[in-house]
Structure formats: structure tokens, C-alpha cells
Design a binder for this molecule. Structure first.
Ligand code: NAP
Length: 305
């Protein structure tokens, strides 16, 4: 049996594509991955998803997305896709358990925020450690916080975070920034932003209630260690799109993100991409969901022709 639509990925983009294609009677199969639900599974309160005036927990929101897609007949399995063959139609999608053929493919495999690689940062993610200033800045009104990174994201987010926090310390591993001059200048000119150069975060310190109380920082030039008391640590050291299994088959940008043309079309006809796997600009749940809807409509139209 050749399926009409297969969707790979289960964040807001994938589930929205599933909902729309299911309601269009295309009986989509969704490979949600063993860690289904995407990046929102790693957050606590989501306060900027429209429709939830009191906010909602990230995992609860994703559970609702999934149920809504399943209600209309989307078949969701928690398997990881290990391989695809997009060289001819139908496309072939493989997991450890099965191989399926499909006429249209929607890729919504998302991106991963790069982390520092220390145990305490993983443990306190969502409890004071965050990878999303837009999402979580509001929780740190009147507090002291820090942000790691020296790129445009770190500068933009540091500047944004001063709307809420009393003080933002930028911790950067070198003594010069990678960010564009204009973004650097904006951050340097901001009286609420302080820089710690040549420094790395070695440990996120926890209070008795499982929340962040500070960080231990090491100066990489003289090995001196110091502690900074703060309530929040933002990590802005870049993202990695989950495009590895598509390399060589679908056109990617130099930064590894998937190229889309005219809505959600990729360089392969019949293959569509939505959400963070193709978006390095907005990266919001609501924009991902919107692009998932676009991919579903694009796939539906393409199948109809
Ligand atoms: P990025 O440019 O790759 O910068 C990552 C930063 O994190 C670098 O300063 C890097 O240090 C640091 N870093 C990486 N790994 C680290 C580690 N393990 N520990 C400590 N520091 C680490 O990423 P980005 O800032 O997310 O930007 C991604 C792309 O989006 C860029 O092309 C950027 O221009 C663009 N962007 C544009 C805007 C805008 O124009 N409004 C806003 C955001 C992003 P080093 O410098 O030492 O390598």
C-alpha cells in the first residue's frame, strides 16, 4: 500500500500538518519519534501560545495537539525514521520496524538548541535554565540573569531580556563577539548588560527547591573560578536543525536548515518542510503550527494534481 502522506516529526508543525491532512481525508501517518512532542516537551509554562489566556504547560499543549490530530484519524507512532529515499516516487521512509511508501512527504523534524553539555544545565532546564528568551524572559521580572553566547542571538536576547531583568550578564568564551556590529553596539550601550569575557559556565547551582540560584564561572585565561548569584540562565549558543537523514537528497542552506520555496515546497517535488527544520528566524510554536498548516495545504494541492 502506498500512503498519500507521511509526516516526520511531532512538534507544533508536524501535528498541525497531521490535523489538516487528516481532516482532508488523506489518512496521514506521523512518525513522532521516540522523544515525541518536540522542543516544547522541554519547557514548563507556555504563555505566548494564543488561545490559552492562563498559559499552558509545554507537554500538555503537545498532548492536546496530538489528540486533536488523532481524533481525525492521523496514525501517530513513536518511532524514529532512520532513512528516507526521495530519489523517485513513491518516496520511501524507513524505521527500525518498517518501511513505508508515500506519495507526499512532510518534513517537520525541527531543530535542537545547542547546549553547553553540563549535567546541571540539563537537570534545571525549564526550572531557571532556558533556551528561549522570547518564551521565558517574562518569568524573570526584576531578577538578575545571565546569557551564554557571543552571536546575534545572544546579543538580541540579552537586549530583549533587559525589558524584564534588572541585570543581564553576557558570558562569552572569547574576548570578542561573533555578533554583527549593530547588535553588539546595542548590547554594549545598554546599561543593564554587563560582559564577562573569556568565561565559561562550569556549573548551574541549585537552591533547595530545584530552582536555579546561581552559576559557577571559570575564566579560561587564568582558570579563576567565581560564582554569580542569579535566578535565570539563558543558553544562546546556536541551534542544530534535524536534517541529517535528508542530506544529499533535499537542498539545504549552508547552515544546515532545509530550503523552502513558495510556501513549504522543498527542492524535491512532493516533499514539503515546515517548522524549525526550515526556519532559523522566528522559531516560535505558533509560527511552526502555521507553517504546518501551509505544508498540509500545499501537499493536498500537489496530490490533487
Ligand atoms: P552563532 O552565530 O553560531 O553564535 C553562537 C555563539 O555561541 C558564538 O558566539 C559561539 O562562540 C558561542 N558558543 C558556541 N558553542 C558554545 C559553547 N559550547 N560554549 C560557549 N559558547 C558557545 O549562533 P546564533 O547567535 O544563534 O545565530 C545563528 C544565525 O542566526 C547567525 O547567522 C546569526 O547571524 C543569525 N541571527 C540573526 C539575527 C538578526 O539578525 N536579528 C538574530 C539572531 C540570529 P564563538 O564566537 O567563540 O564561536
Amino acid at each position: 500500500m502506498v500512503r498519500e502522506v507521511v509526516i516526520i516529526g511531532s512538534g507544533p508543525a508536524g501535528y498541525t500538518a497531521a490535523l489538516y491532512t487528516a481532516r482532508a481525508n488523506l489518512a496521514p501517518k506521523v512518525y513522532a519519534g521516540s522523544l515525541s512532542g518536540g522542543q516544547l516537551m522541554l519547557t514548563t509554562d507556555v504563555e505566548n501560545y494564543p488561545g490559552f489566556p492562563e498559559g499552558i504547560m509545554g507537554p500538555d499543549l503537545m498532548e492536546s495537539f496530538r489528540k486533536q490530530a488523532e481524533r481525525f484519524g492521523a496514525e501517530v507512532v513513536n518511532d524514529d525514521v532512520t532513512e528516507v529515499d526521495l530519489s523517485g516516487e513513491p518516496f520511501v521512509v524507513k524505521t527500525a520496524r518498517e518501511t513505508v511508501e508515500t506519495r507526499a512527504l512532510i518534513i517537520s523534524t525541527g531543530a535542537k538548541a545547542r547546549m553547553l553539555g553540563i549535567e546541571s544545565e540539563e537537570r534545571l532546564l525549564g526550572h531557571g535554565v532556558s533556551t528561549c528568551a522570547t518564551c521565558d524572559g517574562y518569568f524573570f521580572r526584576g531578577e538578575e540573569i545571565a546569557i551564554v553566547g557571543g552571536g546575534d542571538s545572544a546579543m538580541e536576547e540579552a537586549t530583549f531580556l533587559t525589558k524584564f531583568a534588572n541585570k543581564v550578564t553576557v558570558i562569552h568564551r572569547r574576548d570578542s563577539l561573533r555578533a554583527s556590529k549593530i547588535m553588539q553596539q546595542r548590547a554594549v550601550d545598554n546599561p543593564k548588560i554587563e560582559f564577562r569575557w573569556n568565561s565559561v559556565v562550569e556549573e548551574v547551582l541549585e537552591d533547595g527547591d530545584g530552582k536555579v540560584r546561581g552559576i559557577q564561572v571559570r575564566n579560561v585565561e587564568n582558570d579563576e573560578k567565581s560564582e554569580i548569584a542569579l535566578k535565570g540562565l539563558f543558553i544562546a549558543v546556536g541551534h542544530t536543525p534535524n536534517t541529517q537523514i535528508f542530506e544529499g537528497q533535499v537542498e539545504l542552506h549552508d547552515n544546515g536548515y532545509m530550503k523552502t520555496f513558495e510556501g513549504s515546497r522543498t527542492s524535491v517535488e512532493g516533499v514539503f518542510a515546515c517548522g524549525d527544520v526550515q526556519d532559523f528566524t522566528y522559531r516560535q510554536a505558533v509560527t511552526a503550527a502555521g507553517s504546518g498548516c501551509m505544508a498540509a495545504l500545499d501537499a493536498e494541492r500537489w496530490l490533487a494534481h
